[in-house]
Design a protein around this ligand. Sequence first.
Ligand code: GAR
Length: 197
Amino acid sequence: MPVRFGVLLSGGGTNFQAIADNVRKGVIPGEIALVLSDHKDAYGLVRAEKMGIPHIAMLRREYKDSESYYRAMIEKLDAAKVDYLLLAGFMRILPAFFTDHYKRRILNIHPSLIPKFSGKGFYGERVHEAVIAAGEKVSGATVHFVDAGCDTGEIILQREVPVLPDDTAETLAKRVLETEHEIYTEAILRVLKEDQR
Ligand code: GAR
């Protein structure tokens, strides 16, 4: 059976695009079975539509509580027979029953060298703003397994990215993002190899 990936995203979806391109080129074996977004206007959904990949938006406000929301997500992902879940700019912290359900099968990309600039409150642009404010000379990106904590799961792959003297959060984010696009695919391939898929 080809490996089936699910993607969770909240926004632009450039990491999803990079992964989907590599799936299409055969660099990553398998297929993207479902893209799920917690925002109905996430551009990542448009990318999925353009590539003919099944996609849905599931909004938290349409569920009575957090538990029923994440249980409904598991149902959708299980119905799509997802083997691995790839978080690609998904800005929610998944509850333990969710991460336990897909133990060692959820990967996330984070735009810093975890454990630096990670955990609650560190996401998206905020990470790069904090890196610059701290006067760091080096930042980077990390792909890790997702556990019940926030950015605490086992690290699969990390790569450094230089912080240049005149960087803004925006220019740094752009440079880090290019590295994210490379290492996410590399990390997926590493996990598939370890799992002998
Ligand atoms: C990426 O930089 C990703 O690492 C980050 O959000 C951005 C999403 O970009 N994720 C986090 O901060 C998670 N804590 P994308 O939608 O273009 O892939």
